[in-house]
Structure formats: C-alpha cells, structure tokens
Design a protein around this ligand. Structure first.
Ligand SMILES: C[S@@+](CC[C@H](N)C(=O)[O-])C[C@H]1O[C@@H](n2cnc3c(N)ncnc32)[C@H](O)[C@@H]1O
Length: 290
C-alpha cells in the first residue's frame, strides 16, 4: 500500500498537484516530491548529486561504463599523435569513467559536488580530486586530454556550454585534445524510458522533451530507496538537460579556439573532438605549459 501511495505521490508531483490535498499520513514522509525549476543551471538542485550522492554506487555501476570508455580510448588513439598520458575529467561525478581510464592516464577529476567527489575518492583513491565549477575552473596547468562526459548535459544554455568549452581549451596543452560526450544532440534525441539500480535502490528514468523548439529536455527519475528495515520511499528527481544541434556544438568549439570535428558512432554516441592548435591565431607558437 505504501509503495502504491508513494507512486501516487510521485505522479502528483509530475502533474504539479500540491501536497496540501494529500492525506495527512503522507506528510510524515520527507519532502521528496518536488518539481525542480527549469533554471539555467539547476544542477545544484539535482538530488542525485547531493542528498542522494551516497546512493550513487547503487544507482550506477562502473561496469556500465566499460564499453563506452574503451570506445573513447580508441578514438583518442586514432586522433592523437604520441599516446596521451595525462587527462583532466570535467564533471567526473562518482568516478565510473575514471575507474576504467585511470589505468591508461594520470587523471585529475573535477566536480562541483563534494559528496560525489567523496564517492569517487573511494573508487579512485589514486586519482587527484578537485572541487570546482567546470564553467569557471582555472587550474593554471594543462593536460594531454580534457574529457567531458555526461556532465556536459547539465549545461542548458549556450553561455554555459561555451564556458565549459573555454575551460577545456584553457586546460589542453597546445596540440592536446578535448573530448566531449553529450548524451544527445538535437539530431539524435530520442524520448524513452529506462530502469536500473542495485542493492536497496531501483529507479525508473523517463526522458522527454516538452518543447522541441528550445535547447533543453527533461529527465525525470522515480527513485525507490529501501531502508534497513525494508521500508521503501520514493524520490522524484528532475534533471533539466541541454540539447543543441551538431552545427551549434561545432561552431561554439571553434569560437573558443579548438579545431573541432564531429565523430559519429551508431553504437555509442556522437562525440566532439577539439584540438588546441600548436599555433596561436596570430601565428606565434604556443609554449607548452606542462
Ligand atoms: C552524471 S554525473 C557524472 C557521472 C560520471 N560520468 C561518472 O563516471 O561517474 C554528472 C556530474 O556532473 C557534475 N556537474 C554538473 N554541473 C557541474 C559544474 N558546473 N561543475 C562541476 N561539476 C558539475 C555533477 O555534480 C555530477 O557529479
């Protein structure tokens, strides 16, 4: 019964129905059900990376990242000269990608959420972890590769997307590359549902785009969490994510100074690879910083 009513509560949240018409007993649940606002950078409100961060290992298994990270390494091998040795990951989250990549690169991992960083530290204690906003981060050093995986989806405006591209440029050594892996671009977007989870967590994920004319789509998660006593509660977490056409991606990458290409892949996803030129736009050779 509690499960069914919790689900009802979730759907009330989706429909924007106020809690005030809920039966009294429902108010004893924590205030889990809310609609996050569609602000330009609403990631601070994403429960998964903050109050639920400790559940990340049950939400997302490093095994699910093995195939994709192997593909990214093949792409990097093909598009870089001498094998790259150092990698900066922007928005590294729980460190699932790093778990597979750290055998091949000396990795520095950056994320805004201290709680996600702490999950990642447990998995990747040998990697450097830094708290920072990937739109404004300036470490004052450069890397062979800057890698931005699904964190880029949280950039919902062109200025935010461009700011991360600028960060990537600033941290690429001359001749180095930046690899961006958005979940979708406008041309590849597909609405749908998925589910997953392990241990005491299960989730339903519902991807949809209420307005195909704007630059965002929505991912709603209904997350069921079971406590030690076996009781389940449901949390609704809404992620507003960015959706930009391929041509806009390429244009913004070029605007920040990267020589950009789109790498299409039917099995994995579109990738954008940008190389920082060895020459500055006025022709002077750039000094390799590190
Ligand atoms: C889906 S998770 C990344 C998961 C990661 N790919 C992994 O392997 O575990 C997205 C991450 O992006 C981070 N993020 C979103 N916006 C950010 C920003 N402006 N600066 C830094 N991190 C950000 C979130 O805190 C979250 O940890």
């Amino acid at each position: 019964m509690a499960f069914v009513e919790s689900l009802e509560l979730f759907w009330r949240g989706c429909m924007g129905i106020e809690r005030s018409d809920s039966p009294a007993w429902l108010s004893s649940w924590p205030s889990d059900v809310s609609l996050s606002s569609r602000s330009s950078h609403a990631v601070q409100a994403v429960k998964l990376y903050h109050e639920l961060a400790e559940w990340w290992p049950e939400f997302s298994d490093p095994k699910e990242y093995r195939r994709d990270t192997a593909h990214f390494r093949r792409v990097l091998r093909k598009w870089t000269g001498p094998a790259p040795l150092t990698m900066l990951e922007l928005g590294s989250g729980g460190g699932n990608s790093a778990f597979h990549l750290k055998a091949h690169f000396a990795m520095t991992l950056v994320d805004l959420s201290p709680r996600m960083l702490s999950v990642s530290r447990k998995l990747n204690s040998e990697c450097e972890h830094i708290k920072g906003d990937i739109r404004t981060l300036r470490l004052g050093r450069t890397f062979d590769v800057v890698f931005v995986h699904d964190a880029i989806c949280h950039m919902t405006t062109e200025p935010d997307l461009r700011a991360v591209m600028q960060t990537a440029y600033e941290h690429c050594r001359p001749g180095g590359v930046a690899l961006f892996v958005p979940d979708y671009v406008r041309e590849t977007f597909v609405a749908g549902t998925d589910h997953g989870g392990a241990g005491r967590l299960r989730f339903l994920q519902w991807v949809f785009d209420p307005d195909p004319t704007d630059n965002t789509y929505l991912v709603d998660f209904a997350i069921l969490l079971r406590n030690q006593e076996g009781e389940a509660r449901v949390v609704h977490d809404r992620h507003v994510q960015g959706l930009f056409p391929r041509a806009r991606w390429l244009q913004l990458l070029r605007e920040v100074g990267l020589k950009a290409v789109l790498i299409k892949d039917d099995e994995v996803r579109d990738l954008f690879l940008g190389r920082r030129p060895l020459q500055t736009p006025n022709g002077a050779k750039q000094k390799k910083i590190s």
